[in-house]
Design a protein. Structure first.
Length: 254
């Protein structure tokens, strides 16, 4: 409670992803958490890689990201003390409505990416070490493709700006489904490939080490973490919809 008294306000700083912020999820669920606990959550929405770096510097009280391997490594390295599944959705491949690479007929995401590479069709990559970017690179690797050349554009930007650039370029792009559904500037872009199990997208909440970062608001962060895993938090996530679609599916196990 010392951190609360020192700061005079009950709030935590949460490092999280652009997908959870841009989709509107936090606008929907944080007020419910605040009403229950009296604790506000101030979100720093960046790529997952940047979120890890913020937490490693001791500049965030809590983490909610989507790179399970990276999350487990964060705990193994002593920066975090607990990681828990919170919710999932999936990634999708977006591209020009005319689908010049023909990915809509692909049977797997690996085949779809191979078709894009073979056609050297423009592909817009976030290129920002986000959870989406990390997943995209793993999928290229599983397809046996090393993307590069003029057709492959690494933008170093968040999901929304990357979709905007892809729309302007008539390029293929991989997006989390939530940001795509909430995106309001598709121009000629369309969802062309979905449904492969390899596109599964898990989100996790992490508690940060009190031993390593004693100055953080660990008591408040633990209340947020536990609320996300609680029946109330899981229901709040399930109830969130955009354009009539549920975008995140709770799967916490306590």
């Amino acid at each position: 409670m010392a951190a609360q008294a020192q700061d005079g306000e009950r709030y935590i700083t949460l490092a999280s992803t652009t997908s959870t912020e841009n989709s509107g999820l936090f606008d929907a669920i944080i007020p419910q958490f605040t009403e229950t606990t009296g604790i506000d959550v101030r979100v720093v929405a960046v790529g997952t890689g940047q979120a890890f770096e913020i937490a490693r510097r001791g500049d965030a009280d809590s983490l909610l990201v989507h790179d399970t391997a990276g999350e487990e490594r964060f705990v193994e390295e002593g920066y975090g003390t607990e990681r828990a599944d919170v919710m999932y959705n999936d990634f999708v491949l977006i591209g020009p409505g005319g689908d010049p690479a023909g990915i809509a007929d692909a049977e797997t995401v690996a085949e779809a990416l191979s078709l894009i590479a073979e056609a050297e069709a423009p592909f817009a990559s976030r290129g920002d070490d986000s959870g989406t970017n990390r997943a995209e690179l793993r999928l290229w690797d599983s397809a046996g493709v090393e993307p590069g050349g003029e057709w492959y554009r690494e933008l170093g930007s968040g999901m929304g700006p990357t979709l905007n650039t892809a729309a302007g370029m008539d390029a293929y792009v991989m997006s989390d489904r939530a940001t795509w559904v909430a995106f309001d500037n598709p121009q000629d872009l369309a969802l062309l490939f979905e449904g492969d199990d390899a596109l599964f997208n898990q989100y996790g909440s992490l508690l940060i080490s009190q031993e390593r970062f004693p100055h953080l608001k660990h008591d408040l962060a633990e209340q947020w973490h536990n609320w996300l895993l609680s029946d109330e938090g899981q229901q709040a996530i399930a109830d969130f919809e955009v354009k009539g679609q549920q975008l995140f599916f709770p799967n916490a196990t306590q």
